[in-house]
Design a protein around this ligand. Structure first.
Ligand code: ARG
Length: 488
């Protein structure tokens, strides 16, 4: 992703300190004669966070100006001076020398005001445009870029999980239900379960991208414009095109400026992703505990205790699990924000940006941390095997053995229940029950029945699609490596 499209991760910390006291000639109505006092200005400003969309704002303004030139509202010279002025502003913002002014409220007015001060034609830039379609445009552009970045990072995390699956080789762990040991699986199968989840997450972001890909420019405050704006031209220049290259436009001017469902979708996709992250973290935390002891987390991803010298805490996994709350919080904020707003634009909508940015930042940093932590994680095969070696984990296989001999599964389940009860009573493992005792429980339990308790044979007889037998796991691993994880 090129720098010019990357959602700027730098917050505009300097906005307030750089605030110039002079009011700039921005073209808000002359009706507002006295400026807002400091507290009101602080309450209403959004520049401290929406300056993050400066790249999108400048891109949108240049496209709009080029279109104004094409319909004869700007002459080529005026357009040239606007384009150059905006590019210069971009350079100053990047260098940190742009004079952000809180009194000018937001990124749109700050950039336009400085442009107009320097370039007389700047006063024509806002022709046929409102901050309402401008802010909708900027957020759509920002989200489209953000989605591409998140998708790339999800792909990388999937690759890290695939590598871990491969590294784990023939390591077997107990699979759990109700946090009770249930049936043995390859460690790799467990890793690939997360690869599947992440794939659906990627797809949800893709769906969101498709619906965000509609250009609101030209919708004005809410009712379009009397001027013959060429909406197709700006849409195309800004990359709002469908699969066939046709411009993708918001079709209703009121909808275009009033809804923020694309932000809600983004935070919804992010929340589901965060939940998957959180569950993965929970597995890591359990696995790294001495009770499980299935993995070693690299020191870089743990911290010690200030009091207990022996501790090595999985803080990074815990923090990632904890940060899930922020993402879900962002989704709730947006849902609550939009619920009950009358058509069309309402200033409440300015509150959409901080949750959006926070959800993005959290997913972005979490994905990167989890990928790195996964790459530095080692399964402890011996300990895993010890946990998976209880023959009770293959009790279902004994029921399947009886089914293969023609017994109804419900009956087989009952018979195996008796076998388990016998072993418990005798305080022996299932595979230690004498052949005569087995036969006395049910004549179908001939001596060969004890063979089902061989761990490797048991796990590898799971050959059907989606199951954790060696052949299946290998073919899944190959499928993912061959590029089911596409380069995004
Ligand atoms: N900063 C505003 C926002 O984020 C921009 C749009 C302002 N429009 C208006 N009519 N006051 O929503």
């Amino acid at each position: 992703m090129s720098d010019s499209t990357q959602p700027d991760s730098s917050s505009n910390k300097g906005a307030h300190s750089q605030a110039s006291q002079s009011a700039r000639p921005v073209s808000r109505s002359g009706r507002f004669s006295s400026g807002p006092d400091a507290e009101v200005s602080r309450f209403t400003e959004s520049i401290s966070f929406d300056s993050r969309m400066w790249r999108q704002d400048i891109r949108g303004s240049i496209a709009h100006a080029r279109m104004l030139k094409s319909i004869g509202i700007l002459d080529p010279e005026e357009f040239g001076s606007i384009e150059q002025g905006l590019n210069q502003i971009g350079k100053e913002i990047e260098a940190g020398s742009f004079p952000w002014d809180e009194a000018l409220e937001d990124v749109h007015m700050n950039i336009e005001a400085v442009l107009t001060q320097r370039v007389p034609a700047g006063a024509k830039l806002h022709t046929g445009r409102s901050r309402n379609d401008q802010v909708a445009l900027d957020t759509r552009l920002w989200v489209k870029d953000a989605i591409r970045q998140v998708q790339e990072e999800i792909r990388d995390f999937q690759k890290a999980l695939i590598d871990l699956a491969e590294r784990s080789g023939k390591t077997i762990i107990p699979g759990y239900t109700h946090l009770q040991r249930a049936q043995p699986v390859y460690f790799a199968h467990h890793c690939l379960a997360y690869v599947e989840m992440l794939d659906r997450d990627w797809g949800r972001f893709e769906d969101t991208w498709k619906r965000t890909n509609a250009c609101p420019l030209g919708c004005g405050a809410l009712a379009g414009s009397t001027l013959p704006l060429d909406r197709e031209m700006t849409a195309k220049e800004l990359g709002f095109v469908d699969e066939t290259g046709e411009p993708a436009l918001c079709q209703n001017s009121m909808d275009a400026v009033s809804d923020r469902d694309y932000l809600i979708e983004f935070c919804s996709a992010a929340s589901i992703t965060a939940i998957h992250f959180s569950r993965y973290c929970e597995d890591i935390i359990l696995w790294a505990s001495s009770e499980f002891d299935f993995i070693k987390i690299a020191d870089a991803f743990t911290t010690g205790s200030s009091l207990m010298p022996q501790k090595k805490n999985p803080d990074l996994a815990e923090l990632t699990r904890g940060k899930t709350g922020r993402v879900i919080g962002s989704l709730m904020t947006l849902l609550t924000l939009v619920k009950g707003l009358p058509m069309t634009y309402n200033r409440d909508l300015q509150e959409d940006k901080e949750p959006l940015f926070d959800a993005f930042d959290t997913i972005h940093s979490s994905t990167r941390i989890l990928a790195a932590m996964t790459r530095a994680m080692e399964p402890k095969s011996k300990q895993c095997l010890a946990a998976a070696s209880d023959p009770a984990l293959l009790a279902t296989d004994l029921a399947d053995y009886l089914v293969r001999k023609g017994m109804a599964f419900r009956k087989a389940h009952h018979v195996v229940g008796e076998v388990v009860a016998y072993a418990e009573k005798q305080e022996i493992a299932l595979d230690q029950i004498p052949a005569e005792a087995m036969a006395s429980i049910h004549p179908d339990l001939t001596p060969d029945s004890l063979q089902v308790f061989d761990l490797e044979t048991g796990i590898n007889s799971r050959k059907i699609k989606g199951s954790p037998g060696w052949d299946q796991v290998q073919s899944e691993l190959q499928r993912w490596k061959r590029g089911s994880v596409k380069e995004s």
